[in-house]
Write a protein that binds this ligand. Structure first.
Ligand code: HEM
Length: 150
């Protein structure tokens, strides 16, 4: 079973972090050349498609992570597994704030064509995406290198 849990866990992590990387490193610099209305509409549509997937990835990560941990490890207090949970739940909380707080504000701003408000929300969203990208890189190193630590 561990092979299934680990495969689902890794696929979900790769798709979530890869999606953030593409949005932050590729789309963000390109979208900076667009006029605010087109740019904000584009981000609103892109997030509306990507974020529901992120909830699927989160569900897979949490379920597969705990199933693997409880079946394969005798103790959940291995230091790198504690770090995995702390960073993992932090990423999930940050995403929940992004989804229910910031993205909801962006949707309202785009619907009411309030471009200054949309621009202000996007500046915060950019930092939130950057933070989760860094935490995503960190959690990948924890998950991959952790088992080999002395
Ligand atoms: C919050 C609950 C989570 C739990 C209980 C959990 C548990 C685990 C476990 C048991 C492993 C296997 C470690 C080993 O083979 O020694 C693992 C690995 C890993 N985890 Fe997590 N994890 C969680 C969240 C996350 C999140 C949110 C991400 C990424 C966004 C993530 C990314 C990874 C990666 C990249 C690996 C290494 C590759 C792999 O073995 O699948 N984990 N995790």
């Amino acid at each position: 079973m561990s092979a299934i849990y680990l495969s689902l866990h890794t696929l979900a992590a790769v798709f979530w972090i890869g999606g953030i990387f593409f949005a932050y490193m590729v789309m963000r610099p390109l979208s900076a050349q667009m006029e605010p209305p087109a740019r904000l509409r584009m981000w609103n549509s892109a997030y509306a498609r990507f974020f529901p997937w992120v909830w699927v990835f989160i569900a897979l990560l949490v379920v597969s992570g705990y199933l693997d941990m409880l079946t394969r490890f005798s103790s959940a207090s291995t230091p790198y597994l504690i770090a995995m949970q702390v960073v993992g739940w932090l990423m999930i909380l940050i995403f929940a704030w992004l989804y229910f707080g910031l993205f909801a504000r962006l949707r309202r701003a785009v619907a009411s064509e309030n471009w200054p408000e949309g621009g202000a929300v996007m500046r915060t969203i950019r930092w939130v995406m950057f933070t989760n990208l860094c935490l995503g890189a960190l959690i990948t190193v924890i998950g991959v290198a952790g088992p080999y630590l002395p």
